[in-house]
Design a protein around this ligand. Sequence first.
Ligand SMILES: C[S@@+](CC[C@H](N)C(=O)[O-])C[C@H]1O[C@@H](n2cnc3c(N)ncnc32)[C@H](O)[C@@H]1O
Length: 447
Amino acid sequence: MPTGVKPLRPKAISSVSAGTAVALPPATFAEWLSGREPSHLSTNSGTPLVAFQTWRNFKEAFAPELIAQAFEETSKALGRRIANSIDPFGGSGTTALSSQFLDVRPTTIEVNPYLADLIEAKLTTYQVDELIEDYAKVLDNFSDVESDWFPGAADTFVEPGRAGRYIFSAKVAGRLAGLQRAILSLENVSHCRLFRVLLSSIAVDVSNVVISGKGRRYRRGWENRKISPANVLAMFDDAFVRAIYDIRRYANRSCLDYTLLRGDARELTPKAGAFDVTIFSPPYPNSFDYTDVYNVELWVGGYLTNRAENASLRNKTLRSHVQIKRSYETGTLASPTLDRVSGELETVRNDLWNRSIPDMVRAYFSDMQTIMSNLSEGLTTGGQAYMVVGDSRYHGVQIPVADILIELGEGLGFEKIGDEPFRSMRASPQQGGREELVESLITLRRS
Ligand SMILES: C[S@@+](CC[C@H](N)C(=O)[O-])C[C@H]1O[C@@H](n2cnc3c(N)ncnc32)[C@H](O)[C@@H]1O
């Protein structure tokens, strides 16, 4: 275990068979995280950001230290070094990037194209000189766009907006759109991807809004906050300099290989592959909608160009929210706890802020069952699954997500190894700041 990493659960670690030699994490992983002491491995929030994480502070990420711990435990359980990992909910790429540092080949899936690009931009190997040349090309070639900045976006996106409110001033939008077009004209796909990510990632900072788990809101006094096109360029430049530093500094990660699957984990989670370990944190069934939360980035990066694409992306995300109307059909779900909770939700259906919530909750577990079933087939015997999950509550009905997933997992060839509420109840961003909702780390073993 790298220096500075607090053991999350010494009991579980000492209960696995001792005496097997396990390779310690390569030095660069410890260097990458040096000095950090995350108080809470379920969230990276509240711990200083390290290289690559500053490209976009992804508040819903877990801490990379969790990956080292899971690898160490799984290696001990298997009695050998682990070779590969899979994360069906990639997010900002914590599992995949940590895997590269720890010499384990990652596979990851992400449905949101901006986040998929964020992950791939981190995992890619670059020729730094060529990257700098292409960056200079973007700066030489861009010109501010005068109108029709982000075709297809809502009318609130750019000044004059609607009812006097807008996310970007016309000048800032003109600079962002100009840079986006110069970036999209680059031939080198990896360079284009990295610059798109960096541009998208500064978008909220140069906008009139802030985003949280509770949604998007205008900044206090935004009308008087002056952001100029020069500020946009300065921030983009700063983002590029930081990225180049990280890319150069950590070019020697032990594994430079990866597989990224872009799209819906319900369809793409492999049923084969002999993965040794899976570590992931799915969206929680709490109506936090990732398409909304990362909407500004999706439009600024050119990942969305019309409303139909926006709707299609929402449809491909896990059924963890009720922001769009869609089918809540489910397969058979063998969980007595879910049946009890569904019954309780049914009694309060008419008091809920959205009457589809009881159906969405069952659909959420049906989606999770599909993914866990594929993982059960794709994991090697004795391989382990680590899931960071969070409870929800609707009109006083508590949804014990961990208990339900364990029951479903047991019907899919998994054996429960651990189920630990993270001790600190400090609110996580995925829980929208509500302190009383528990997050748990579930560990299952493929029997
Ligand atoms: C809690 S975040 C994962 C955070 C990640 N563990 C990290 O450390 O960065 C959940 C992710 O699942 C993604 N997601 C939601 N529905 C999905 C689906 N059907 N297929 C693949 N990814 C999905 C979201 O876009 C989001 O990035």
